[in-house]
Design a protein around this ligand. Structure first.
Ligand code: MF3
Ligand code: CO
Length: 248
């Protein structure tokens, strides 16, 4: 079942989303060579907590971090640790916060120092693919329209679309119905309705689309070791479009 949010729920999700967006803005100045991913994670936890929310990822199915931090070939769910960011890395912060029972979720990939032209290309087109997907979002459209737009755009740019992981509905659970794949066929899948809230999140690889899971049972990496990017917004579906709840 796909929930339609009440006006009260939407108000709480606006606050949760704003906290997530602000956490990104807060962390950006710290994203410099030499900082460890654990240090970024602690800064995120402290900021989210100070805003009266909790980091939704913490202990989610036993996840040990407060946010997910994935570097270069890591696609998603990288665990914060002693790894230091280096000049030329790209790092994805996937931040989820829960405010009065309601979640916001937004991932964003950032360049550290000077990154290669290839990595720039990946970042630019993955971000653009998010907006291509969001461009389809409005009451009456279907889930397949979003995935089709993302996949089509990424294929045109010779990028690998990760299929093992998908976007999702979101509300008083971090993951709700429907699944929001980054691939699909136009005019297929569940119909979007005003008041639904979904997280659209293309995970896109510079090389092959294939991924595998590391022995830590969390970190998903690309099969060919090439870099991966991830851009995600939580959006409210409106009559003729969408409202970004995780504005930044
Ligand atoms: N933002 C992630 C997603 O939408 C949530 C990760 S939960 C965690 O899938 F447990 F992996 F951290
Ligand atoms: Co998500």
């Amino acid at each position: 079942m796909i929930n339609i949010k009440t006006p009260r729920e939407i108000e709480l999700m606006r606050v949760a989303g704003e906290i997530v967006g602000d956490t990104h803005k807060y962390l950006i100045p710290y994203l410099k060579p030499g900082i460890t991913t654990k240090e970024i994670d602690s800064l995120a936890r402290d900021y989210i907590t100070k805003r009266g929310a909790t980091p939704s990822c913490y202990n989610y199915n036993g996840y040990p971090g407060n946010i997910c931090i994935s570097v270069n070939e890591e696609v998603v769910h990288g665990i914060p640790g002693d790894r230091k960011l280096c000049d030329g890395d790209i790092v994805t912060l996937d931040i989820c916060a829960c405010y009065k029972g309601y979640h916001g979720d937004s991932a964003w990939s950032y360049p550290i120092g000077n990154v290669s032209e290839e990595k720039h290309y990946l970042l630019k087109h993955t971000e653009e693919s998010l907006y291509k997907g969001l461009n389809e979002v409005k009451a009456g459209a279907r889930i397949g329209d979003i995935g089709y737009a993302i996949e089509n755009y990424c294929k045109e740019h010779n990028l690998g679309v990760v299929k093992e992981l998908v976007g999702h509905g979101i509300g008083n659970h971090l993951h709700e119905q429907p699944d929001v794949p980054n691939y699909g066929k136009k005019n297929t899948g569940p119909i979007l309705k005003e008041g639904m809230v979904i997280a659209v999140e293309p995970m896109i690889n510079l090389g092959t689309a294939d991924v595998y899971l590391l022995d830590d049972d969390w970190t998903v990496v690309t099969a060919d070791d090439q870099p991966s990017a991830h851009f995600e917004h939580t959006v409210l579906i409106t009559k003729d479009g969408y409202e970004i709840l995780t504005k930044r």
